[in-house]
Design a protein around this ligand. Sequence first.
Ligand code: LMR
Length: 395
Amino acid sequence: MFETLPALSPDPILGLSAAFKKDTSPNKIDLGVGVYKDEHGVTPILSSVREAMNILDGKEDSKVYITPQGHQGFINGMLDLIFGKNATVLNDNRVAAVQAPGGCGALRILAELLVRVNENTTVWVSDPTWANHIPLLGDAGLTLKPYPYFDKDKAGIKFDEMMATLGDVQQGDVVLLHGCCHNPTGADLSKEQWQAIAELAQKNGFLPFVDTAYQGFGEGLQEDAYGIRLLSESVDEMIVAASCSKNFGLYRERVGLAAIVCKDSNSKSIAQSQIQSVARGIYSMPPSYGGALVDIILNDPDLFTRWESEVNEMRDRMIGLRKLLVDNLSNHVDRDFDFINQQKGMFSYLCIEPEQVRKVRAEKSVYFVDSSRINIAGINQNNVERLALAIASVI
Ligand code: LMR
């Protein structure tokens, strides 16, 4: 019966890894999937994570199911990290939350919850947004509509157009925002822009839905939570999907958090029961391991400090790589790429056309997403000049 289905082309992001593996060029460069890599192209296990693995190894004595909501220490630690210790919404017991299988799992169960509330819900997503937002939210039954976000010609945010579109969204609609390190553009909202969005959400009654997958990679662990924290103080209700893949380097362990800020503790109990029931209907309960590691790190002051300095190190390295790329490009291309230095996190848009991206892939074995999104962490001292020359060859 399955032959009746169409065969699909490879995933626009994950498909690049398979194509890169097949490429036999000794000069190939992988700037595709968003994983952090060190100077040697290796995605390391953080030393704080190694230590947590050792601690867990000594104390885990069973593989029995964990609770449907996940590790409570993980949930509490993540809520403090995201909303801030002693946040009003936490002190008021207004946040329902579950450990989820990765940021993707969190996005999907929140999407399923929104459908339970209203199957005709519209979610407004930035144009462009992370490619996988579309199936994760759309396949759950939500209607997706774009709001203007990034101006490729000016390599900046079209804030006035964004606000004009959001000004017309209906009460009960949902607006998906990237907490920090916008994927795919690296163009983040300023504090003033977050403020304007928070005021609009209050006025129009739309539900902010924040996806935060790179906390710590933009400006710092606390700084990168600015938008979420401001919204949580400004609106009665919002939802948050968080990922531990990047900042803990726990990609394959699939650990994230789905959080629902409710208007009071009574609604929180309802939301908690609903989100657990959504999860039970899809995967029952989350995998334990990654959440157990994050629980250990977030709740041990010394390990937390070590982890934070490792996050800072990854961020500082990526900031340095942005500069290195811009400097190299300026030696070979007569175009101003300084906007790359202003962007945040793991990604930048080169603002070149898909045909140019495909050409650079076919002719120079440099792999990045057709939209021209590059993974900054895939750059190193050894490949940066080749990369700049490859980009120059198509401009
Ligand atoms: C990315 O955007 O490259 C990462 O979030 C990995 C993925 O699943 O797409």
